[in-house]
Write a protein that binds this ligand. Structure first.
Ligand code: FDA
Length: 332
C-alpha cells in the first residue's frame, strides 16, 4: 500500500466537515459492510449470532474527538445501557471505548469521571472494558487514566500500538493488565513511530511473542495471515496455553478466517463497531487497505453474477470528498 494513499484516507478521517456530512447522509458510502447498524438492539443481535458460532465480541459505540459535553454524556449513557444489556442477555461480549469520545479533549477530569462510572457499572455487571488507543497526542493521558482506574478496578485494559518506539516499554509497564496488541492505525511522525511496514511487522511479532510467554491475557488483533500463522507455530512450539490469548479481527473482514480460527480451537473475538459516527473509523479501514473499497463496491453495486446493480456512488463520493479535502486544505 502506498504511503500516499494511507495518508490521504487518514487525513480524510480527521476532516470535521466530511465527518458531519457523513453522519447526515447515513450509510450511503457502503459502511454497513463494516459497521453493525446504528442502535444497541441491532449490534447485540450481531453479538448473539457470533456467540452462537462460538466467538466472543467486543462492541465499539462509534465516536471520537468529541468537543461538546452533552455528546460525551450521551455516549456514556449508551455505553452503560450496553453493559447492562450484555449482562441481562448473558452475552459473551466486552466493550471497547475511546477516551476522546468521553471528553478527553474537553477536560481530563470530566473524562475520568465518565470512564470511572463506566468501569464501576461494568465491574458490577462483570463486563470487561478495553480503552482503545488513539493518536499519539492522547497516549500519555490515556495511560494515566488507565493507571488511575487500575487502582480500583481489574476489569479494564488497553491497546499497545506496535508502530510506536515506546510500545515495549508501555507493554512491560502494564504486564499484569489485559492488553490488545495491534500494528497501529494513525499517521505518526518518524520521531515517535516506525514508518516502514517491515519494521512495524517485526516489532509486532516481537511484542506478541514476549507477551505470550506468561503475562496477563492478550488479544492479538490483526488480519495479517503471516502474523497469525507465525503466532500459531510459536504457540505450538512453546506449548502456550490457548486460554491465555485470543485472536481479534474487525467486523466484516476475513469472515471465513474468523470462523476457521474459532473452529480450530482458538479463542476468537470480533470487534463490532456501531452507531452514527462511522466516518473516521471507516476511512481508517480504507487507509489500511484501499482494496476494502473493492469489497464494498462489489457488494453494493454488483449482483452475484457480476452484473452492475447501480452506478458506483461510493467511488464518486470518495473522489469528490478527496477533491473537496484538498480544496479546503489549500484555502487554509
Ligand atoms: P495489514 O493491514 O498490515 O495487512 C497485512 C497483510 O494482511 C496484507 O498485506 C494482506 O496480505 C493481509 N490482509 C490484511 N487485511 C486483509 C483482508 N481484509 N483481506 C485479505 N487479506 C488481508 N489501531 C489502533 O491504533 N488502536 C486501536 O485501539 C486498534 N484496535 C484494533 C482492534 C482490532 C480488533 C483490530 C483488528 C485492529 C485494531 N486497530 C487499532 C487497527 C490496527 O492498528 C491496524 O491498523 C489494522 O488492524 C491493520 O493491520 P493488520 O495487522 O490487520 O494487517
Amino acid at each position: 500500500m502506498s504511503n500516499l494513499t494511507r495518508h490521504l484516507f487518514v487525513a480524510l478521517s480527521n476532516n470535521n466537515f466530511l465527518n458531519r456530512s457523513a453522519q447526515k447522509w447515513g450509510f450511503r458510502f457502503g459502511a454497513e459492510q463494516f459497521v453493525a447498524g446504528t442502535n444497541v438492539e441491532t449490534v447485540l443481535k450481531s453479538v448473539k449470532r457470533l456467540n452462537d458460532k462460538g466467538m466472543s465480541a467486543t462492541v465499539d459505540n462509534l465516536g471520537e474527538f468529541v468537543t461538546e459535553r452533552h455528546i460525551s454524556l450521551e455516549a456514556k449513557e449508551r455505553i452503560i445501557h450496553l453493559i447492562k444489556e450484555i449482562d441481562r442477555q448473558s452475552l459473551d461480549c466486552h466493550l471497547s471505548i475511546k477516551l476522546t469520545q468521553l471528553g478527553l479533549d474537553i477536560d481530563k477530569s470530566f473524562c475520568f469521571e465518565n470512564v470511572n462510572e463506566i468501569a464501576s457499572v461494568a465491574q458490577a455487571h462483570n463486563v470487561f472494558i478495553n480503552i482503545d488507543t488513539e493518536d499519539y497526542a492522547h497516549l500519555e493521558e490515556t495511560i494515566d487514566i488507565l493507571e488511575q482506574l487500575l487502582q480500583t478496578y481489574d476489569n479494564v485494559g488497553t491497546v499497545i500500538q506496535a508502530y510506536l518506539y515506546r510500545a515495549e516499554e508501555i507493554m512491560d509497564r502494564l504486564q499484569n493488565t489485559r492488553l490488545r496488541i495491534v500494528k497501529g492505525a494513525y499517521n505518526e511522525d518518524e520521531s515517535i513511530a516506525y514508518q516502514d511496514k517491515a519494521d512495524i511487522d517485526a516489532n509486532f511479532i516481537h511484542l506478541i511473542k514476549k507477551r505470550l510467554k506468561g503475562h496477563a491475557f492478550t488479544s492479538i488483533a490483526t488480519h495479517d495471515h503471516h502474523v497469525i500463522n507465525e503466532v500459531k507455530q510459536f504457540v505450538h512450539d512453546e506449548e502456550i496455553d490457548l486460554n491465555s490469548f485470543e485472536f481479534q479481527m474487525l467486523y466484516g473482514f476475513r469472515t471465513d478466517m474468523q470462523k476457521q480460527l474459532a473452529k480450530d480451537g482458538y479463542h476468537f473475538c470480533t470487534y463490532i463497531p456501531f452507531g452514527e459516527d462511522w466516518y473516521g473509523y471507516f476511512m481508517r479501514r480504507l487507509a489500511e487497505r484501499p482494496q476494502n473499497l473493492n469489497l464494498i463496491i462489489k457488494d453494493k453495486f454488483y449482483t452475484k453474477d457480476d452484473k452492475l446493480k447501480k452506478c458506483p456512488i461510493i467511488a464518486t463520493s470518495l473522489i469528490a470528498a478527496s477533491a473537496l479535502y484538498f480544496v479546503c486544505k489549500k484555502r487554509k
